[in-house]
Design a protein around this ligand. Structure first.
Ligand SMILES: Cc1ncc(COP(=O)(O)O)c(C=O)c1O
Length: 394
């Protein structure tokens, strides 16, 4: 056996994942230069990024601030949880997937009392129960929910939840990691105090930092709450406001790429334009997968166009690792499942991919099933007649 490490393939793979995602060539290309973190050009880029993010959230000039935090999206979740909850405050976390559970885990690490409202992963949270919990527990100072629960692809009703939360004058915190930039969200209309997303999701940048959109009044009241030094949200805002710089080394190349990604989002028609492309990706995917004999884990009315979970087909030859590997060898990268109560895999519709990429993936899945001697045509026949089209027609 050779001791040599395998040389990684330089071929372009297409990512059908929840992120990092396939990015445009031009987003990657702009990283081929070095800018110092104190360079006026870099500082201007950061200021423009912050302004554009507020515009995407519908709150430019409306009492909100965009704060960039080094690290991945989870660092930003931790920054909000550990910086904005007053001593002795309780956090109500609405949980119907792994990312809701993660917010609760973060709070526990910081010794913040968590009031969990947990639902099965295929169930939308119960609004009446949220109302009742807030009416009966006066220690709750913040409510957290995930917008697109990337575990399944479910879209939680953040506006309806926000209307309830605001009746109780507590903070409202939304993890919009995998939806911001692709699903229109107006923070003020939803009553959101803190929203978190990351560079490498629907704005189609590369990984390296996350973003917190914060209501200024709410954040200013948190002086002295921060439980960590590096993730102190108010301190991060103050430094960005004082001299446009970061407290610690920023991911300069990632920020330059993100700025380009924002220009490309605008050129595509903003959030609406991006939503149109992602929705066609999703519709192409669903039609093709049903034709191949797969079914979605969620009910169509709960399913968003960001990412879809498919239960493993009931066939003796199906082995996810092998299925994944064979698709990977064809340069199509899908994603393992995260649903705790069912064996699923996931396919994302986001990133710089188009319906033509979806069609190519579907043909690769068809070939892969054939090579694994898996025939799911019985499932297809059980579905509605409209779903029995040929893949070529999609
Ligand atoms: C809804 C949601 N929250 C949190 C995260 C964690 O983000 P990161 O892996 O960037 O820390 C993800 C990642 O996919 C996500 O989809």
């Amino acid at each position: 056996m050779s001791n040599k490490a395998e040389i990684p393939s330089k071929k372009e793979k297409i990512l059908f994942t929840p992120g990092p995602l396939t990015t445009s060539y031009t987003v990657k290309q702009v990283m081929l230069r070095d800018l110092g973190s104190r360079d006026y050009e870099f500082i201007n880029i950061v200021a423009d990024i912050r302004q554009r993010l507020l515009e995407i959230g519908g709150v430019a000039g409306d009492g909100y601030e965009a704060i960039i935090m080094q690290g991945s999206g989870t660092y930003c979740l931790e920054s909000v949880v550990s910086s904005t909850i007053p001593p002795g405050g309780n956090l109500l976390v609405i949980i119907n997937g792994a990312y809701g559970r993660r917010i609760a885990q973060i709070a526990k690490v910081h010794n913040i009392e968590v009031v969990p409202l947990s639902y099965p992963e295929n169930q939308v949270p119960d609004l009446a129960e949220i109302h009742l919990t807030l009416s009966t527990n006066k220690n709750i100072t913040s409510v957290a929910v995930v917008h697109c629960e990337t575990t399944t692809g479910m879209i939680n009703p953040i506006k309806e939840i926000g209307e309830i939360v605001k009746q109780f004058e507590v903070d409202y915190f939304v993890d919009a990691m995998s939806s911001f930039g692709a699903i229109p969200i107006n923070l003020a209309e939803c009553g959101i105090d803190y929203l978190v997303t990351s560079a490498n999701k629907c704005i189609e940048g590369v990984p390296g930092f996350g973003i917190i959109l914060a209501k200024r009044d709410s954040l200013e009241k948190t002086e002295g709450y921060a439980q960590t030094f590096s993730l102190d949200l108010l301190a991060q805002l103050r430094r960005l406001e004082n001299d446009g710089q970061f407290r610690f080394t920023p991911p300069t190349h990632t920020l330059i790429a993100f700025h380009q990604a924002l220009l490309e989002l605008q050129a595509e028609g903003g959030v609406e334009g991006r939503a149109t492309r992602y929705r066609s990706n999703y519709e192409t995917l669903i039609a093709g997968m049903r034709t191949l004999g797969f079914q979605e884990y969620l009910k169509p009315e709960d399913q968003g166009y960001i990412i879809t979970s498919f239960p493993y087909p009931d066939h003796g030859n199906f082995d996810f690792e092998e299925f994944y590997q064979r698709l990977n060898e064809k340069d199509f990268v899908i994603y393992p499942g995260k649903v705790s109560q069912a064996d699923c895999f996931r396919i994302g519709s986001i990133g710089r991919i188009y319906p033509s990429d979806m069609k190519a993936l579907l043909l690769a899945i068809q070939e892969t099933l054939e090579s694994m001697e898996i025939d799911l045509s019985e499932n297809t026949l059980q579905q509605k007649p409209g779903n029995q089209e040929s893949l070529l027609k999609i």
